[in-house]
Design a protein around this ligand. Sequence first.
Ligand SMILES: Cc1cc2nc3c(=O)[nH]c(=O)nc-3n(C[C@H](O)[C@H](O)[C@H](O)COP(=O)(O)OP(=O)(O)OC[C@H]3O[C@@H](n4cnc5c(N)ncnc54)[C@H](O)[C@@H]3O)c2cc1C
Length: 490
Amino acid sequence: MSQPTTPDVLILGAGAAGLAAAVALSGAGATVSLLERRPFAGGRAYSYTHPALNEVVDSQHVLLGCCTNLLDLCRLCGAAEHIRWYDSITFLEPSGAKNPPRRSEIAAGSLPAPAHNTLSFLRAPMLSLVDKSRIALGLLGFLRGYPVRDDEPFSAWLKRTGQTERAIRHFWEPIIVGTLNDTFERCSTRYAGQVFYESFLRSAAGGRFGIPSQPLSEFYGLVARLAVQQGTVLHYRSSVESIEVLPDGLWQAVASDGSGGVTRHTAPSLILALPFEQTARLLATLPEESPQRQRILPLLSHFIHAPITTVHLWLDRAITDLDHAALLDTRIQWLFNKTRIRSLETASRSVEIRDSEQTPTGSHYLELVISASHAELGQRPEQILHSATDELARFFPEFRQAKVLKSAVLKEARATFSVTPGLDRFRPAAEAPGGNLYLAGDWTQSGWPATMEGAVRSGRLAAEAVARATGNAANFLAPGLPPAGWMKWL
Ligand SMILES: Cc1cc2nc3c(=O)[nH]c(=O)nc-3n(C[C@H](O)[C@H](O)[C@H](O)COP(=O)(O)OP(=O)(O)OC[C@H]3O[C@@H](n4cnc5c(N)ncnc54)[C@H](O)[C@@H]3O)c2cc1C
């Protein structure tokens, strides 16, 4: 693909945000260069072949039907065919001294929104009638939407609305800690409310649960391929070390390839589609008096990271027929049965496997996710593995007979930024730096918490800002899902 020496736009970072910006702008006819420090696209949504295990691992990412921008991007590049959809979530309680594990299912039924989950919710044994009535009263508060202001911690809302201890453990915690990835004190009611409004109340379609069935780097590889087909020049292994404004007003990024090679890339417009700490690092390479540095750098000290730890197990047998489940009353929030989830891919590629529940190497791959894993960050992998497998046996007695063939513990210390109460006023808009410098990334003012949807929205918003500034106003954002059923009248 031929490319002028100076493209219209330079984008740093080929995560969901940078890719979304590149697809929007190159699709609209702009020339785009995209620099990524790793040898693959997808950013934090990545997979790789574990060198010691010789298995392709990733930290399972999920999306919801209300992620309209992410889904639109997936449809454009063909990745939508690699999403498995589910209309129900299984909640499992562990076995006790006298009782076996117990299963509750929350599934959309035939009643119109916002009542679509009501029947399964009323039947769920994991909650008592009192718990359910408290939850229902709490949800009623989000019926007309979620708060505009983000200063109330979700912990205060739980108290204010009289949520019971079990309602918190069995309902609010698995969903909020699983989606916002931090403690209730470090999550604002605004974003907790958004999760429930969009996924539980507004429409049944918005709450559908989607899981990429491909390893994540392959999944995002399809988005990168589309950007390249549209003319984006994608430079892998280009780690940008500094940025500056040249005397002719062009932006320049200086990148190293990791083996001593240095390249310089210039363009009239520069989008930083990086995590907040990398954005801070590059802004700090601008002169101290630079307005872009002065406007943005002070905001970034208000952001904090939250970790996710995942435990990966390859067993000699299947221990469950569930594809995924929320595990209650443990450190583990979610179980993903990766062999079953990925079997869609192996089936479509006609790989010879003995039964649909085995990997080509004959083992059964499970992933256990520990969200907001602050405690696990300081623990040794063997300790985490030991406690996770102990807990797993309480949900799946078959696990006691199974042999663990291989295992791995992955800690992502900087998995997400936390939507701490009051953070919104520090989340910059795409055009906030000024001077043809733009920001993207899940942490910017996307209106969403740290998610792939938030990242894609931010990339599209940055692309819109670039287009506006160059006199080519364009609308790249996909509309949200319309309210369904009775929600149309609210
Ligand atoms: C373990 C884990 C589980 C998650 N689960 C979910 C989930 O289930 N659902 C969900 O929606 N979200 C989930 N997330 C969050 C989601 O991954 C992020 O919100 C999203 O991917 C952020 O995209 P981004 O483009 O903003 O940033 P990133 O993905 O971080 O992309 C930034 C890119 O910039 C590159 N880069 C950084 N510095 C430089 C530099 N100096 N020069 C060049 N390139 C650079 C990086 O290599 C990276 O590719 C999870 C995250 C983790 C870590």
